[in-house]
Design a protein around this ligand. Structure first.
Ligand code: GDP
Ligand code: IMO
Ligand code: MG
Length: 426
């Protein structure tokens, strides 16, 4: 039985999913996004250029590859149009290769304002949303009010849109006032639908399953990270979709037994953007050093990312949730300059030492227990095989995989496409 492989982030997002998907894409026929929306920012670097994708799957730069936006994704036609224009300017031919599920939900301008108003209402307790309208759009989806890509072609689409807009404008009245230009944004939104309509809309669940039956190789690209999963993340400081492997089934329409390799990505340290608990956060010089060396500023919002050490109990948890079959470590080069590196192996809370996450990380004072590793203090740029890594780097990786019980099959040593060590090749 042909299976679909999955790449997803095991932390709080920005693990380097875009880079790894772009690298591996040549082994596949189709790359598909299954959840999230333009809250994602996936960075690719090759031929001396940098590209950031928000809605478009990271296989788009590989000729001949089909890129599919699944039903689990929420799509903002305005952001999407901007993204496609920028791809056009870069000379990327995507028209025949970029497919959109008819069942993907649309982000309306009013969804974005509801997101902003809800955050303003929360004040200090705000989630730190990217303000792309993600939460309100998923709320309308589960509340059975949403508009989908396939609805645009229905004769009553304008009426459906107006009904939802009016409801949103009423809802906005309960929140602190925010400024917006309805007429202007609405015009831009309707105009942007033309770009969307120029692409092929598909019954993606049939498309994917038929492709699998035909022996096509498919890679599912996650957005965000498992600690931002709406069910298992640090709720309520999460996004509004299932970012874990289970999301592939609901976000593309594939059965669980169709899931093949699950590649979990972790940075060699840890970051998070926005509010919420972060047990290994280093709100100090170490965190600042990680931020500067790792250039940890958001790809979507430009916000500085919070930085800290790698958190092994947290990774063990997300490896369990996702059924991870192999690991990929990114940004190991960021640790080159550290004489010592730390990894949390346990937590202390409620008078006990444990490797389990508590019910509510927000409500509990948690202390991380660290193991210290020797740094390597040398550049890794040109290293392409695991054996050539400094022994301190190898010891670090081997200790982690022995703790986590899953092998690291890839080690990324820089943002560029070719800076990757593949261990399966050896
Ligand atoms: P994503 O959301 O998971 O795709 O990750 P982002 O693109 O938001 O953030 C990852 C950042 O790290 C991007 O700027 C990448 O170019 C960069 N990056 C990816 N892999 C590596 C690596 O191995 N080393 C370094 N230094 N940067 C990397
Ligand atoms: P990629 O795919 C990092 C975070 C936001 C906020 C919370 C909720 O690039 O890894 P939302 O806009 O979804 O309502 O925000 O989730 N967040 C991300 N953090 N990377 C992302 O995506 C993120 N997408 C959302 O910062 O804390
Ligand atoms: Mg990102």
């Amino acid at each position: 039985m042909h299976k679909i492989d999955v790449i997803l982030g095991l932390q709080w997002g920005d693990e380097g999913k875009g880079k790894i998907v772009d690298f591996l894409a040549t082994d596949y026929d189709i790359v598909a996004r299954f959840q999230g929306g333009p809250n994602a920012g996936h960075t690719l670097k090759f031929d001396g250029k940098k590209y950031v994708l928000h809605t478009v799957p990271s296989g788009i730069f590989r000729n001949d590859l089909i890129n599919l936006i699944g039903n689990g994704v929420v799509l903002d036609p305005i952001v999407f149009q901007r993204e496609l224009r920028s791809l056009e300017q870069s000379g990327v031919q995507f028209h025949q290769r970029l497919l959109v599920s008819k069942k993907a939900h649309l982000i309306l301008p009013t969804h974005r304002w509801l997101d902003a108003a809800s955050e303003a209402h929360k004040g200090k307790a705000k989630i730190g949303s990217t303000l792309k309208g993600i939460g309100p759009t998923y709320m309308d989806k589960t509340g059975r009010n949403g508009l989908r890509v396939g609805d645009i072609s229905q004769s009553n689409f304008k009426d459906l849109y107006n009904a939802l807009k009016v409801k949103h404008l009423e809802l906005l009245k309960i929140y602190p006032a925010i400024e917006f230009d309805l007429e202007k944004e609405e015009e831009a939104w309707f105009e942007s639908l033309n770009t969307l309509l120029a692409l092929k809309q598909v019954d993606a669940e049939y498309y994917i399953n038929e492709a699998l039956a035909d022996g096509k190789k498919i890679l599912a690209e996650g957005a965000q990270g498992s600690m931002l999963d709406v069910d298992f993340g640090t709720y309520p400081f999460v996004t509004s979709s299932n970012t874990i492997t289970a999301g592939v089934c609901t976000g593309l329409g594939v059965a669980p037994q169709r899931i093949g390799r699950v590649i979990g990505i972790t940075k060699a340290y840890c970051t998070r953007v926005g509010g919420g608990p972060f047990p290994t956060e280093q709100d100090n010089e170490t965190g600042e050093k990680l931020r500067q060396l790792g250039m940890e500023f958001g790809s979507t919002t430009g916000r500085p990312r919070r930085c800290g050490w790698i958190d092994l109990p947290q990774l063990k948890y997300t490896i369990m949730l996702n059924g991870v079959t192999e690991l990929c470590m990114t940004k190991i080069d960021v640790l080159n300059a550290f004489d010592e590196i730390q990894a949390a192996t346990h937590y202390r809370y409620d008078g006990a030492t444990t490797d389990r996450l508590p019910f509510d990380l927000n409500a509990i004072a948690i202390e991380s227990v660290y193991q210290t590793f020797q740094g390597w203090q040398s550049e890794l740029d040109d290293i392409r095989s695991f054996d050539k890594l400094p022994s301190a780097a190898r010891s670090f990786i081997e200790a982690l995989q022995s703790y986590l019980g899953v092998p690291f099959s890839m080690i990324s040593t820089g943002p560029e496409r070719e800076k990757l060590i593949l261990r399966n090749d050896e």
